[in-house]
Design a protein around this ligand. Structure first.
Ligand SMILES: [Mg+2]
Length: 246
């Protein structure tokens, strides 16, 4: 099967997620392989991170669907944003900050025009909040008209001003990059399921997380990724029978 574009999640898939936000980055071998691959195939990122965070960390990409698709930025400068409910989002952020008593990190996700699109409540640097706290906070924010995404396998909660959809982002990227043919999507969590379903080949990168509920056809260990991407750069014809099925 000839692959015409590689689309990928960032956190956990290309970059280790058990590090602080500031030190997050691609392992050198993965970055080198993607740089090489990007000379033969369009590579794009579909991430819950915002543009200012993701772009310097993935310079090989031709497009970025940021904040789970709420803003799409192309390397040629074109930008497409779906921003809504900014007032409610600020209200939700202030509410969550007032409740915060345990050193949680708030990551603000902004568009290229600095508009707030989403925020994350992150506990990588502190102890995990109780499930009662997470449930109550999620319910309060949902009640304020915001979209809350929480996966118990992840050390954070994402709060969006508009409904995010990584599947819609994949569709849009295919159109904007004029991709006709097979798309390979790499992800690592249930948040990637809509993108997995939209792709022609879906591979989950396994790094010790639970694979329950993840809807990818194939699975690959994180330490196999750089070699896999390098061989795809040499030959975009993917031998599916050499991949591990789930
Ligand atoms: Mg991920």
């Amino acid at each position: 099967m000839k692959i015409r574009a590689l689309l990928s999640d960032y956190d956990g898939t290309l970059a280790p997620e058990d590090v602080s936000l500031e030190s997050s980055g691609l392992p050198k071998d993965v970055g080198d392989s993607l740089l090489r691959l990007s000379t033969s195939l369009p590579v794009a990122i579909v991430t819950s991170k915002d543009h200012d965070f993701i772009r310097p960390r993935t310079p090989f990409a031709r497009a970025w669907a940021c904040v789970s698709g709420l803003e799409i930025v192309l390397s040629d400068g074109r930008t497409f944003a779906a921003s809504k409910n900014r007032g409610r989002l600020l209200e939700g952020l202030n509410h969550a900050r007032r409740k915060n008593a345990s050193g949680l990190t708030f990551e603000l996700k902004r568009s290229t025009t600095k508009e707030l699109l989403a925020f994350s409540i992150d506990w990588r640097r502190t102890s995990t909040p109780t499930s009662a706290f997470i449930e109550a906070t999620s319910a309060e924010l949902t009640g304020m008209g915001l979209t809350v995404a929480y996966d118990p396998a992840q050390p954070y909660l994402d709060v969006f001003g508009a409904r995010p959809d990584k599947g819609r982002a994949v569709k849009e990227l295919k159109r904007l990059l004029s991709v006709s043919g097979n798309v390979l999507f790499l992800g690592d969590s249930v948040a990637d399921n809509p993108a997995f379903e939209e792709a022609d080949v879906a591979i989950c990168v396994a790094h010790g997380q639970s694979l329950d509920g993840i809807k990818s056809g194939f699975v690959m260990r994180q330490d196999e990724l750089a070699d896999f991407l390098r061989s795809l750069a040499d030959d975009p014809s993917l031998n599916l029978s050499a991949l591990k099925r789930r």
